[in-house]
Design a protein around this ligand. Structure first.
Ligand code: HEM
Length: 415
């Protein structure tokens, strides 16, 4: 019988939360019909072109030329000096790249400072729930998004998942900071560097014999793929918070969406594909995300790595305690079908603890239910639930603690 132990639960909960902020993915022959109208987008109109055939030509051509010229290691060194949104760009960057970044770091005309300020309030109030949903909903979901799973697995980052997770967590941290998109913030830097990293992946991954053998597209990370992954983040997070009946005022919910709409724009997603409301986001997700979720050998291996946190959490034989807890949480959040795809076993004790205890635990935390009236399992495991929340949030916050620079990859995963 698994024996819950406070330290083990803490450590694994935190690491998983961090993963959540990072994860993204795609399925086997995942490709849903695109009929979503640009009328529901932040642009309000557009050509309605199927985003499966749209990438990011401006960034892609530029980064391909830098890779072909062999200057990316120097460029990455210079990019490390660019940390704040409004900072003067390092003088050693090639001039075409400087010009591109100057354009790419401009905020969209529809960005609303008031909403972004409210989004920060929401992140502060709900940071604990956001950590665990980014981790267990978004993060683990990315492993059943076949295209994302394959791209992540066969790209350079796939060879060092710990580094990748740290870098991805930075985006989850930055978007929740007070000055995220302001001159002294870092979210624009993170988005524009990620845009460059994705352009690098588009150039490099088609040269990987491993990726080309299994991929169902010639070039990865189309605008459609980007929106799929985007929905695995804010749309899925909000759906879970609603399901758990976390009380969220309408203006905070809209503000959280807005911060992610701006993120999508800064990542190079066209405005005509970015939903303008939760209703539109849910409708688009139903069309592009839900039908493509599927297991792949790569995704199963990635999920295993993510769950096997004992191997990336320094210092302990935590495996026997942590996997059951994290596996049960994944099953609870993503459901039986996805858990089975990922070959996550059933853990009768922990499965029941989450099923019976999680929602009442949230109600107790929110002051909507007295602990005395909650099911016994809530009293027994309150500390565990609470620490899972805290550590997941802490892990996302750890993005603040040391300098992390997202880089343009120079190769693929050799394995
Ligand atoms: C890199 C976020 C969509 C595949 C990154 C990084 C971030 C990020 C923060 C930098 C981390 C690192 O360098 O390790 C996002 C967000 C997305 C998105 C927020 C959508 C809203 C996608 C999609 C795919 C993808 C759709 C594939 C289908 C990758 C790969 C890397 C990467 C392969 C590079 C890893 C390497 O350096 O080898 N992404 N991403 N991403 N992303 Fe994404």
């Amino acid at each position: 019988m698994e024996n819950p132990n406070r330290r083990n639960v803490l450590v694994t909960g935190g690491a998983l939360g961090a993963l959540g902020a990072l994860t993204m993915a795609a399925p086997a022959n995942a490709s849903a019909l695109w009929t979503w109208s640009p009328k529901g987008s932040v642009a309000g109109d557009g050509t309605g072109a199927d985003p499966k055939g749209v990438w990011d030509p401006e960034a892609d051509e530029l980064v391909a030329s830098l890779l072909d010229a062999g200057v990316v290691p120097d460029v990455n060194k210079e990019l490390r000096k660019w940390t704040k949104n409004g900072q003067t760009l390092p003088s050693g960057l090639p001039s075409e790249l400087r010009q591109f970044i100057e354009r790419a770091r401009q905020m969209p005309s529809w960005a609303d400072e008031g909403k972004l300020a409210t989004a920060f309030e929401f992140n502060e109030k709900r940071g604990l729930y956001l950590g665990v949903t980014y981790g267990f909903a978004s993060g683990m979901m990315s492993t059943v998004i076949p295209r994302e799973a394959r791209a992540v697995y066969y790209s350079k980052g796939g060879a060092d998942m710990r580094d990748r997770i740290t870098k991805t967590a930075k985006l989850g941290y930055d978007i929740g900071t007070e000055n995220a998109y302001a001159d002294n913030g870092e979210m624009i830097v993170t988005c524009v560097k990620t845009r460059l990293a994705h352009a690098g992946v588009r150039h490099l991954l088609p040269k990987s014999p491993h990726w080309t053998k299994v991929a169902d597209e010639e070039k990865p990370i189309s605008q459609a793929d980007m929106m799929v992954t985007w929905h695995s983040l804010p749309t899925t997070v909000m759906q879970n918070l609603v399901k758990w009946k976390v009380p969220i005022p309408a203006n905070e919910s809209a503000a959280f969406l807005h911060s992610w709409q701006v993120c999508a724009h800064m990542l190079g997603i066209k405005d005509e594909y970015i939903p303008n409301s939760w209703d539109e986001a849910n409708a688009q997700a139903k069309q592009v995300l839900d039908p493509i979720l599927a297991p792949t050998p790569e995704g199963i291996k990635l999920a295993d790595m993510l769950l096997n946190l004992a191997t990336i959490v320094p210092g302990g034989p935590l495996k026997y305690v942590t996997r059951p807890i994290l596996g049960a949480l994944t099953r609870y959040v993503l459901g039986d079908q996805i858990a089975n795809w990922l070959k996550i076993p059933r853990y009768p004790l922990w499965d029941t603890v989450f099923q019976v205890g999680w929602e009442p635990f949230i109600r107790v935390r929110e002051g909507l239910l007295e602990l005395d009236r909650a099911p016994g399992v809530v009293k027994q495991f309150y500390w565990m639930f609470d620490e899972l929340l805290r550590l997941a949030a802490l892990l996302v916050l750890s993005g603040a603690n040391f300098p992390i620079s997202i880089e343009i990859p120079t190769g693929n995963n050799p394995n």
